[in-house]
Design a protein around this ligand. Structure first.
Ligand code: EPS
Length: 377
C-alpha cells in the first residue's frame, strides 16, 4: 500500500518526502519530475521567493540506476534560501529572536497553531504551514504520475478562474493538456488577460487573489474506491486529499453544487451499452457513483482562497501584548493559483495511486500491470 509522508520547514534545510509501497521496477525520469517542480514555481503573480529557489529533486533512497527497488523512496528538495536563514533556523542552534513573528495573520495557521502548540513565536508554526511544503509533494506527484501512466492513467487540469475572471468554456482532456498557458495555466486567452489585469491591480494594492482549478483523470477503470464502507469512498478520499492543499477551501465532484438545483431527471447520466462497454452521454457524476469510479473521466473543481499574507497587512492583534496592529508581511505571492493547480494535480495523483495500490497489491510493476490489464473497463 502506498503511503506518503512529508517533512521540512519553509526556510529550513529542505523539504523531504518518504514514499512507501511503490512497486519494484518503475523507471524514474528525473527531468520530468523537475519539469513539474518548475511548473509549480511559475505563474504570473508569484513573489520574490521563487526568484531565489530553483527547485530540483534529489533521490536519497529506494531507487537504484533509475529503477525503484520496492523499498521506501526518499526525496529531497533543498531550500536555497536556507543560506539566508540558517542563523535563525539551524536545528543545531540559532537565534530565535531575530525573525520572531507575533502579529498573527488572519487566514494563516499562525494563531490557531500558536494556541494549539503553546508557541509564543508564530515562526514555529508558519515555517511548516507554509505552502513551500508543496514543493516536495509535487516531486512525489511526479513519481505517482509515472507510476499511473504505466497503467494508462493520466491526470491533467487547468485554471478556470482567477478572482472574477472566469473561463466558461468546456474542454476535452487533450485540449487541456495541449492548450494551457505558462503564465496562468489558463486556456482562454481573453479570460487570462482579464485575470492578469486583476493581479496587477491587487499587486498595486498590496492585496492577493484566489481562483478555481479544474482537474481531470483519464484511463481509470471502473471499480476503484468502494460503496461498501464510508472510508473507502473515492470521492470522499479525493476531496480530503485536495482539501489538504494549502489555501484550498472547497472541492466539487462533477456537477458539484450545481446539481443541488437540478431535478433528478436532469442531474444523472443515463446509461447505455455500446461497443462492448457501458457508456453515458453526460458526466455530471464526475466519474464517481456510489463512491467508486464508473469508468468515465473523473472531474473535480477546487476553490483556492486568496493567500493570507497581504503586503498591506490585515487588522490583527499582537499575540503577546494583545494590542491592535497590522499583520506581519515580509513578502507574498499576489496570486499562486497556477502553482496550486500543479499541487492539486500532485495531491490527486497521490490519492489515486494509493487507491490503485490498495486494489492491485503486487510487489513489482509487472504484477501491477498484469492485474490492472485483467480488470474490466
Ligand atoms: C512558497 C514559499 C513561501 C511563500 C509561499 C509559497 O516562501 P516565503 O515565505 O519565503 O516567501 O512564498 O508560502 C505561502 C503562501 C505561505 O502562506 O506561507 C512556495 O515555495 O510555494
Amino acid at each position: 500500500m502506498i503511503r506518503l509522508t512529508t517533512a521540512g520547514e519553509s526556510h529550513g534545510k529542505g523539504l523531504f518526502a518518504i514514499i512507501e509501497g511503490l512497486p519494484r521496477g518503475l523507471k524514474i525520469d528525473l527531468d520530468k519530475i523537475n519539469g513539474e517542480l518548475y511548473r509549480r514555481q511559475c505563474g504570473y503573480g508569484r513573489g520574490a521567493r521563487q526568484k531565489i529557489e530553483r527547485d530540483e529533486v534529489e533521490i536519497l533512497s529506494g531507487v537504484r540506476n533509475l529503477l525503484t527497488l520496492g523499498s521506501p523512496v526518499t526525496l529531497a528538495v533543498w531550500n536555497r534560501d536556507y543560506e539566508n536563514w540558517k542563523d535563525f533556523m539551524a536545528p543545531e542552534g540559532c537565534d530565535t529572536e531575530g525573525r520572531r513573528v507575533e502579529n498573527v495573520r488572519p487566514g494563516h495557521a499562525d494563531l490557531a497553531g500558536m494556541i494549539k502548540f503553546g508557541a509564543a513565536d508564530a515562526r514555529d508554526i508558519l515555517e511548516r504551514a507554509s505552502a513551500r511544503e508543496t514543493a516536495v509533494r509535487v516531486a512525489a506527484g511526479g513519481i505517482f504520475r509515472q507510476l499511473l501512466l504505466s497503467l494508462g492513467i493520466e491526470v491533467t487540469g487547468f485554471v478556470r478562474s482567477v478572482g472574477t475572471s472566469r473561463d466558461e468554456n468546456t474542454y476535452t482532456f487533450e485540449e487541456i493538456q495541449k492548450g494551457r498557458s505558462k503564465d496562468l495555466c489558463m486556456l482562454d486567452s481573453k479570460a487570462e488577460e482579464r485575470a492578469k489585469r486583476e493581479i496587477d491591480v491587487c499587486k498595486e494594492d498590496g492585496d492577493t487573489l484566489g481562483g478555481a482549478i479544474e482537474l481531470r483523470v483519464r484511463g481509470l477503470k471502473s471499480g476503484f474506491g468502494s460503496p461498501m464502507t464510508y472510508r473507502e469512498k473515492m470521492d470522499a478520499r479525493i476531496a480530503s486529499a485536495l482539501m489538504s492543499v494549502q489555501a484550498v477551501k472547497g472541492v466539487e465532484v462533477g456537477g458539484g453544487f450545481s446539481l443541488s438545483a437540478l431535478k433528478g431527471s436532469e442531474a444523472h447520466d443515463e446509461i447505455s451499452f455500446e461497443n462492448g462497454k457501458f457508456t453515458r452521454a453526460s458526466n455530471r457524476a464526475g466519474g464517481i457513483e456510489g463512491g467508486a469510479s464508473n469508468g468515465e473521466e473523473l472531474v473535480f473543481c477546487v476553490a483556492m482562497k486568496p493567500i493570507p499574507t497581504l503586503m498591506r497587512g490585515l487588522n490583527t492583534v499582537n499575540y503577546t501584548t494583545k494590542e491592535k496592529t497590522k499583520a506581519s508581511a515580509e513578502r507574498s505571492d499576489v496570486c499562486a493559483v497556477p502553482a496550486c493547480e500543479a499541487v492539486c494535480e500532485s495531491a490527486l495523483l497521490c490519492e489515486i495511486a494509493k487507491i490503485v495500490s490498495e486494489r492491485l497489491g503486487g510487489d513489482t510493476l509487472t504484477e501491477w500491470k498484469k492485474r490492472y490489464g485483467e480488470l474490466p473497463l
